[in-house]
Design a binder for this molecule. Sequence first.
Ligand code: C2E
Ligand code: MG
Ligand code: MG
Length: 688
Amino acid sequence: MNGRPVMLIADNASTNRMVLKTIFSDQFNILESGDGAEVLSVIKHNPDIDVIILDVYMPKISGLDILRFIKSDSLLCHIPVIINSPFYDLEKTSLELGAADYIIRPYNPQTAKTRIMSALTKAALERTNLELELQNASQSFSVLSNAIPGGIAMFEITDDNISIVFYNDAFCSLSGRSAEEFAQEVGDEILDLISPDDRQRLLDYVRRIISEGGSTIQSVFRFLHRSGVYRWVKISACMYRNEKDYKLFIAVFIDITDEKEYERKLRHQADFDMLTDIYNRTAFCEKTCQLLHDNPDQKYALVFCDVDRFKVINDLFGSSTGDMVLINIAEILRESVTGYGTYGRLEADHFAFCIPKEYISGTDVSRYIKKCTEGLSINYKISFSFGIYEIDDIDLPVEKMCDRASLAIHGIKNNCVKKIEYYNKELRRVILDEQKIAAEMETALRDKQFVVYYQPVISVSDQSITAAEALIRWDHPKKGILGPGTFIPAFEKNGFVTKLDKYVWENVCIYLEQRMKAGEKTVPVSVNMSRVNVYDSDLCSFIIDLVHKYNIDPSQIRFEITESVFTENQEQLLNTVTTLRSYGFLILMDDFGSGYSSLNSLKDIPVDVLKIDRSFIIDIDTSDRALSVLKSVVYLARQLGIPVVAEGIETRSQFDHIRKLGCSNIQGFYFSKPLPNEEFNRYVDEHS
Ligand code: C2E
Ligand code: MG
Ligand code: MG
C-alpha cells in the first residue's frame, strides 16, 4: 500500500459507500463492505484498519452489534468507529457503546472530514499513551503532535487557576495565530479567548467533573479568532493527575464552525419556507400553538389568506412573477404581524397569520392587499380572499384551526365583492353539498343530463323574436330539473364551469346547424361565458374551430360576460373581447347594475349590447327613484351608442315603462320563460 491510513466503509447501500468514497479517497486507502457478516471478516483480515465508518442499519448483523464486537475485542478496540445513520435516534447508544462519533446522512463533506480527522487524532493520542510524554513536554511529542491535524493542548488546573502547559501549532491556528504570535499575544490569558457567553459554563463543567471524580470532558464553546469573530470549537479532554496531584487536562480541539453553520442551515430549512423565508406550515403551527398557550387570556383569530386565481398570474406573467408576488406577501406579513403574532406560508399561495382578535379590521386587510402589488410592474389586479377563524379553544390543533379558516374562504372564493368570511358551522353543510355536486358532475355531462333551454329576446316595437339566450338546466335523475343557481356557483369554484360552458356552446351550434339544414328559421343565440373562461388563452381558437365545424356564421353566436369581470383585469378581458369581435361575434355585458361596474369601463372595453339586470326593473312599478335610475342608465348607454336589453320583465306595466324609456329589446317571463328545445322552436316559428 502507499502508506496512507486505511478506512473501512461498511454500508449496505452502494450509493452511500460511493458518497463516502468520493469524500475520503484522496486521503485514505478505502476498503468496502456491504454486509454485516462480511464486515467482521474484513476487519479480521485487515488488522491495519485505521478507522471504520459503520452504517447503523446493516443486514444480518446490525451496526450496533458490530460495534459491540469491535469494542470488546482487545486487538480491535483501539480502532475508532464512526457510526453513520439517517437519524439521530441511536446517537446516545452508539456513543455509550464506544463509537468515536456519530454522523448523520446526508453528509456535508467538510463536516464529515473534520469529524473523521478528529476521531483519528483522538485515537492516535490514546494509543501512544501520550500523557507521560506530555508531562515531560518532550521534543518528540511536540513533533508528533504538530503532525496531527487537530489542536492539542494540556492544562494544569489548581483550585484557583487554570494554566496552559503545552499546545501545538494547530491549537494556535484555531485563534488565527502562529505559535510565536500565540505566545506573545495570548500566553496564559487563554480564558480571555473563550466567549463570555460560554466561559462560566465551561469552567463550572470542568470543576464539576473534577469534584465528581470524572475523567473525560466533551463540550463546545466559542473561541475568539484573531480576525475578531468567534469560531465554534469542540473540545474532547481527558484528565490525569500528576505526582503533585495537579489536575492535568489533555484536550483535543476541533474547529466545528462549518459544521455548526451547516446545522444551523438545516434547522432553518426545516422551519422556514425556502422561497419566502417565513415559517412553513409545520413551524407556523408550532409557534402559533406556543403563542396561544403563552397568552391564554388574550383572544386570538387565525386568518387564512388565499390569492384569487393565482394560477392565472403564473400563466400570464411567468412563475418568477408569481414568486415575486408571494415574496411580497411574505414581506408584508413580516412588516405587519411581527410583534403581534405569528405568520407563515402554508403552501403554494396560501398564507396564514394569527393575531389578537381586536386587530382584525377590514381596512387593514385592504391596505395589505394594495401593498402586495406595489412595486410589481404587472398590469393585473391581484385580489385576495381571507377566511377567519376566531379561536375559542386553544387546545384545538392549529392544523385544524387552519382548516376551519380555509373552509370559511371556500364560501367566498372568486367572489369579487365579498373578500372576508368568518368560519361558522353552517359552512360545513354548504361544502358537503358542493362536494356531492362535484362527485356527480362528470357522469352527468357524459350522460347528457345537462340540457340547454332557450329564452326568447323580444323586440319592443313589434314583439317579434330577435334573439335568444341559451340557459343551462340539469335534468337530475333523482332531483328533477335543477336551475343553474344550484350548481353553477359550485362549478365556478371547482373549475368545471369551463367544460360546461363549452358543452353549451357546442350544443347551441348543433342546434343552429340542424335548424338551418332543415331550412327552418333561426335567431342569433347568446351564450354565457364564465369568468374563468375569459382568462383562458386558448379560448378564442376553441370558439373559431367550433363555428367552423358546424358551419355557423359568427354573427349567430353572442357571448354574455357578466359585469363584474369588467372591473377585474381589463387587459385580459380586452384581449378576449377584441379578438372575438374581430371574427364577427357580438359581446354583451350581462347583469349590468348588479354589482359595482362603472359605466367608465364601457368606454375602455367595447361591448355591443348592455343587458340591464333584473334588479333595476323589479321596483320600477313602485319606486320613482328606481325608475329615474333606470332612465339615466338607458340614457347613458344611448350616449355611448350601445343598445340595451332589459332583463326580467314580468308585468305589463314594466313592459310599458321600458317601452317609454326607449329600450329596444327585452327578455322576461312576461313574454316567455326559458323553453326546452321543441317548445322554443314553436315559439320561433310563431313569433318571427
Ligand atoms: P343570466 O345570464 O343573467 O340569465 C338570465 C336569468 O334571468 C335566467 O335565469 C332567466 O331565467 C332569468 N329571467 C329571465 N327573465 C326573467 C323574469 O322575468 N323574471 C325572473 N324572475 N327571472 C327571469 P337562470 O336560467 O336561472 O340562470 C341564472 C344564471 O345562471 C344566468 O343569469 C347565468 O349567469 C347563469 N347561467 C345560466 N346558464 C349558464 C351557462 O350555460 N353558463 C354559465 N357560465 N352560466 C350560466
Ligand atoms: Mg346571461
Ligand atoms: Mg343577465
